[in-house]
Design a protein around this ligand. Structure first.
Ligand SMILES: C[S@@+](CC[C@H](N)C(=O)[O-])C[C@H]1O[C@@H](n2cnc3c(N)ncnc32)[C@H](O)[C@@H]1O
Length: 505
């Protein structure tokens, strides 16, 4: 499903900037372009994410706000999703601070300072659902976490304070946890549930998701509204993502399997399917694809959260893989070291013990795995496809049995190379494709041909070699391979997207 969805995105990026509203409406949609930025980063598509972020700067209104395509009115929801995109991009693109601050300032000026309530479109206009009333204003919860995050990054505590007031207002004023209201389309309801999680309202999100779960069918489907027979594909993708985040894996898997069966040959999804379908039934909205991509990513993180107790927190100092890492890195002294896909940080911990002055960072998508990383090591919960570090941040980068889960391999390798400083060393240890079948593995896992990764690394301008390594007390038997790559001190050419074998979107 993922690669089809990515192809759909490729075909709906507009030459003039931004992402199209849908398969039928090739008009750029700022709100959706904004919230695609973190999705693209999560796919390793940093250049396109950057292009989206930059295009949004060009269409920002004089007062800092954003509206819908062709609409004169400015909308808090739309502006909030641009804030979401720019906030995701800010750690690597600090020049976005000024437009981001303007968008946040507009939200605070447009909202009610006392309650944190944001303005809604006038009745009968952009949020009208006809006989079902208006979209619930609780979807404005989905603006608040990005606003708070922007406040933290920009050192503007008033953004976070506004977001906290707003969270309390919506929780008090609107029923966020009952699905059977006439205006609760799964798509809107799921915005609210995801926002509750983002805002740390775990209990409310659990309640809201337990409520909508009462409508889920055995085949994974959830009706678009509680009283209709048709489904909203976007809503199902979003619900799957939230169920994964809550550890409701079986439910999420069922929803995702149902969604996968709906995917059109184009890689997109109609807005809705079934008798009486009334939400973009003959168009593929761009946001449906976004949430399908995100649910697939959540699935992997959730797998590791759920199975964390099966992974060892330590590794023997004489393990063949450890010996290979130490030999490749040499004396790390006070160097900056990244363990990407660190799991419980068993390699990071060993490196820290061996070189106490080294600054060691452990990055992983799984919070449950990172919980076991010992003190003294910085932990970062993020995908290795999208690392929140500037270029050349580390002198040594390690990636052991994690690239195999990254799904978008050329993009992941490019990201590992990006954060490596000139003169630095990257070590990737993973399994050999020739040994496929030797161990059970989840469906998304990939093993590698030795030449495949060498080609990717060399295309990025790194010198690289590969060899077998021993593991778990065994001598090298061909199952594990170790790729060692070095970045030249003065790179002969800059690393760009096009240099990697993977096509940019
Ligand atoms: C088999 S474990 C290996 C952990 C560690 N490197 C070790 O050898 O002990 C794979 C790890 O990769 C992490 N992972 C999977 N996909 C990832 C991604 N896209 N970005 C970062 N970590 C990821 C998982 O959460 C898991 O902790």
């Amino acid at each position: 499903m993922l690669e089809g969805a990515v192809r759909w995105v490729q075909r709906h990026v507009l030459a003039s900037g931004g992402i199209a509203i849908s398969s039928q409406q090739r008009v750029a949609y700022p709100e959706v372009t904004g919230y695609y930025v973190p999705t693209l980063l999560g796919l390793g598509e940093r250049d396109l994410a950057r292009a989206f972020a930059d295009w949004l700067v060009t269409v920002q209104r004089a007062d800092g706000s954003f509206g819908g395509p062709g609409a004169e009115e400015s909308f808090a929801f739309d502006t909030g999703q641009v804030v979401r995109g720019w906030t995701a991009m800010l750690p690597t693109h600090p020049e976005l601070a000024t437009p981001l601050r303007r968008a946040c300032d507009w939200l605070l000026a447009a909202g009610d300072a006392a309650t944190g309530r944001l303005p809604v479109p006038r009745p009968g206009a952009a949020w009208s659902l006809g006989g079902r009333g208006e979209v619930s204003e609780a979807i404005h919860l989905y603006v608040l976490a990005p606003l708070a995050a922007a406040g933290d990054l920009l050192d503007e505590p008033r953004y976070r304070r506004f977001a906290e007031r707003g969270r309390d207002y919506y929780l008090g004023a609107v029923d966020c946890t009952r699905f059977d209201a006439p205006n609760h389309l799964t798509h809107f309801y799921a915005y609210v549930q995801e926002a509750l999680l983002e805002l740390g309202c775990q209990d409310e999100a659990r309640r809201g998701m337990a409520d909508v779960a009462r409508w889920q069918q055995e085949n994974g489907a959830v009706p678009a509204y509680s009283d209709v027979p048709w489904v909203c594909a976007t809503g199902i993708a979003q619900l799957a993502g939230v169920w994964f985040r809550l550890g409701e894996t079986a439910r999420a898997e069922r929803a995702l399997a149902f969604l996968a069966a709906l995917q059109n040959p184009s890689g997109g999804f109609f807005g809705s399917y079934g008798v009486g379908a009334a939400y973009f039934p003959d168009q593929e909205p761009s946001w449906g694809v976004k949430y399908a991509i995100e649910a697939e990513h959540r699935r992997i993180a959730s797998h590791f959260d759920a199975t964390a107790d099966q992974y060892r927190p330590e590794i023997a100092a004489d393990d063949g893989r450890v010996r290979a890492v130490l030999a490749a890195f040499g004396d790390l002294g006070a160097r900056r070291v990244l363990d990407a896909g660190a799991g419980k940080g068993r390699y990071a911990a060993l490196l820290k013990r061996t070189f106490p002055s080294a600054e060691v960072t452990a990055l992983d998508v799984s919070a449950e795995m990172l919980r076991h990383v010992p003190p003294g090591i910085t932990t970062v919960r993020h995908s290795l496809l999208d690392m929140p570090f500037p270029d050349a941040s580390f002198d040594a980068v390690l990636c052991v049995e994690a690239l195999e889960h990254a799904v978008r391999i050329p993009e992941a390798v490019r990201e590992l190379a990006r954060v490596l400083a000139p003169g630095g060393t990257l070590v990737v240890i993973d399994k050999n494709r020739a040994q496929l079948g030797a161990l059970a593995m989840p469906t998304w896992e990939r093993w590698f041909d030795p030449e495949e990764l060498l080609t990717l690394l060399r295309a990025l301008g790194l010198s690289a070699e590969v060899g077998g390594v021993g593991y778990d007390g065994r001598e090298a038997d061909g199952l594990f391979l170790c790729w060692t790559a070095r970045k030249l001190r003065a790179a002969s050419r800059p690393i760009s997207c096009d240099a990697a074998a993977g096509a940019a979107l």
